[in-house]
Design a protein around this ligand. Structure first.
Ligand code: TXA
Ligand code: MG
Length: 347
């Protein structure tokens, strides 16, 4: 049985009681889904091997794909990994917030959490409910995104429930996630950073703190056969809807003309800009507006829900615009090329 509770303000008396119960569940080795500012996380005691095993099982996640430890305060990282001045510079600039940092692990972190690696990923979330829960539990919370492996990360409780009902002890509904894409992941090596997963903390922002930031080339391409990535998550099929997703590249008017032509013969779901709603209106077109053209933050916030919504329409195909590769666009690009299995159509 999965208990669903709603918490908007962790300071309210009812919420405090609910958080106490959630913390008890975690301390007793159970699983609680919590909201974060990025996406919902499937949480368990990050120091408990068995809880970690349960997380992999609930998600159907391959055991070689490690979990992120969510901590209350940036300095808590010292307990779990070998930090460095660069870590504290990043913490000062971006924590709490959507940044995950990979560092050499300490023995206290079970190898089940890190999938056998000698490094561990830590993140200090900004979401009030997540933060209150970590505080109340008094342990680091290991939490991957709360989706079944391979599906888009859930950014609302409805889609958490769809994947996790019956698989976890409790789901905390904290409303819509503010950012909508998972955290930026960087790996620290001496005084340099490798960007392994782009997110709301952008390459440009990281570069202001560290002069040596390299974007791992696998961020914008597929893995080759037998290639071993720095981040195991890069190997796996991700975010994919069942309906084929095609990303359109090229001048925008041509993209619109192309879609209009397609609608004559196909039932199309279209992740469109708000400005395009009128021109794309058609009986064969199911429009899913993702915000104004230039509002990348809105596209990010709506992407995963849009993909899940689109998948429910029994369309022949889903079309979306290929995002730019700069700023927050890099995070969108990274998720969308995976969701589309790299099907990019130049029109
Ligand atoms: O925003 C987020 O990061 C969300 C929320 C819940 O905090 N969490 C999340 O977790 O996206 P997950 O498990 O879905 O993605 C974590 C990624 C995986 O691709 C994993 O391979 C990588 O982080 N990762 C974790 N630990 C690592 C390590 N020690 N070395 C390399 N990659 C690691
Ligand atoms: Mg995930």
């Amino acid at each position: 049985m999965t208990e669903l509770i709603k918490i908007t303000d962790p300071g309210l008396p009812d919420a405090k009681n609910a958080l106490k119960r959630a913390a008890e569940i975690l301390k007793n080795g159970g699983l609680v889904v919590m909201p974060t500012e990025t996406v919902y996380g499937l949480g368990g005691n990050g120091l408990d091997e068995n809880a970690a095993k349960k997380i992999y099982e609930a998600k159907g996640r391959p055991a070689d794909n490690p979990l992120i430890l969510h901590i209350e305060k940036p300095e808590d990282a010292e307990k779990y990994c070998h930090t460095s001045p660069l870590y504290f510079a990043l913490a000062k600039a971006f924590m709490p917030g959507p940044l995950t940092v990979i560092m050499p692990k300490k023995d206290i972190v079970p190898l089940t959490v890190t999938a056998g690696l000698d490094t561990v990923a830590v993140r200090c979330p900004e979401h009030k409910v997540a933060n209150a829960l970590i505080h109340e539990a008094g342990i680091p919370i290991a939490a991957p995104s709360a989706n079944l492996s391979g599906k888009p990360s859930p950014t609302n409780a409805k889609y958490v429930l769809e994947d996790m009902d019956g698989r976890v002890d409790m789901i905390i509904d904290g409303g819509e996630c503010e950012i909508g894409l998972e955290s930026t992941i960087v790996m620290i090596k001496n005084d340099s950073l490798t960007l392994l997963r782009p997110g709301a903390v952008t390459y440009d922002a990281l570069s202001l703190v560290c002069v040596k930031v390299t974007i791992d080339d696998k961020v914008i391409r597929m893995l080759k056969e037998n290639e071993k990535p720095l981040s195991p998550g890069m190997k796996y099929k991700h975010y994919a809807p069942n309906t084929p997703l095609v990303l359109l590249d090229g001048e925008e008017n041509r993209q619109i003309e192309f879609i209009k032509n397609e609608m004559k013969t196909k039932k199309c779901a279209i992740l469109c800009y708000d400005e395009e709603k009128d021109t794309l209106n058609h009986k064969n077109a199911f429009l899913i507006p993702i915000g104004m053209r230039d509002d990348l933050a809105s596209h990010a916030k709506k992407l995963f829900t849009a993909l899940r919504d689109a998948d429910k329409l029994s369309c022949d195909i889903i079309y979306a615009h290929l995002p730019p590769m700069s700023g927050l666009g890099l995070a969108l690009y990274n998720r969308m090329i995976r969701a589309a299995a790299h099907t990019i159509l130049k029109v």
